[in-house]
Design a protein around this ligand. Structure first.
Ligand code: HEC
Length: 241
């Protein structure tokens, strides 16, 4: 075809360098495609190429950094004099500051150890004054437990939830969720259980970010109900006690 056109139109045959050059360009044009194809099937620990930065990277002061802007040289500013933390209002003590109600917000307090000089973590026994343990709280606790905890711990709290069942099938060595109704867990102070929900324990992650404080106490109350349900005397179940 090309030969025919050349002969028919009496065009001179394209020079060798032109054909050679075109072939080289053609093969170079395949390089980006080959690189793209390779990138799609391989993995890299380097960050992705960031074409459009938008505002992802910008100059800023990081925590605890120096700043030439302020006279005291600190980038982190102090609250304006006279500022009250939310709830730190003497006229409304029921909206206490976090620090003023360790029992409710943390479940533990730190106490100075006279012998070692360090701080001891002391878990609170019982429910904080502002939590009223009643039927409604238990109902709420049951609901939240079944949503957040039962997938691992099982509806009855024995550590046999659906996630654990599945993990046995797909991976060996998964740490079994604790039986939250056993003697060891029943002996834990309420504050300890509360802190386990807030911050997690050993291999269990914390749920403080998902579950509000009052719901965490509701779950603690429900854990107590689950514990009580183990080997409970029949008189408890039929309401005679
Ligand atoms: C993703 C699975 C998972 C979820 C969800 C989960 N847990 Fe756990 N939990 C575990 C595992 C695993 C352990 C045992 C950790 C270990 O022994 O290393 C554990 C341990 C515990 C313990 C025993 C702590 C102790 O004192 O020894 C309690 C109590 C507990 N969980 C309560 C809860 C409650 C309440 C919830 C819901 C708010 C919850 N867990 C949600 C996996 C889970």
């Amino acid at each position: 075809m090309l030969k025919w056109i050349v002969e028919e139109l009496k065009l001179p045959a394209p020079p060798f360098w032109l054909i050679g050059g075109l072939l080289i360009l053609l093969s170079l044009a395949l390089v980006p495609l080959a690189l793209t194809a390779r990138a799609r099937v391989s993995s890299s620990d380097k960050p992705r190429v960031h074409m459009f930065l938008d505002m992802d990277k910008q100059t800023k002061f990081k925590a605890q950094a120096d700043s030439p802007i302020f006279a005291d040289g600190r980038a982190m500013r102090q609250p304006v004099a006279g500022t009250l933390a939310w709830g730190d209002n003497p006229d409304a003590p029921d909206t206490d500051l976090l620090a003023q109600d360790d029992h409710y917000f943390r479940g533990y307090r730190l106490e100075k150890n006279a012998t070692t000089g360090g701080m001891d973590t002391v878990y609170y026994q019982g429910f904080p004054g502002r939590v009223q343990v009643d039927h409604d709280l238990l109902k709420r606790g049951q609901r939240q437990f079944n949503i957040y905890c039962a997938p691992c711990h099982g509806l009855g709290g024995q550590g046999d939830g659906a996630i654990y069942q599945r993990s046995l099938k797909i991976k060996a060595g998964w740490v079994q969720p604790s039986n939250v109704t056993d003697i060891e867990r029943a002996a834990r102070p309420e504050g300890h259980l509360f802190n386990t929900i807030t911050n997690g324990i050993r291999n269990m992650a914390g749920y403080g970010a998902q579950i509000p404080v009052e719901d965490r106490w509701a779950i603690v109350a429900y854990l107590r109900a689950l514990q009580l349900s183990q080997d409970a005397p029949a008189s408890l179940a039929d309401g005679t006690e």
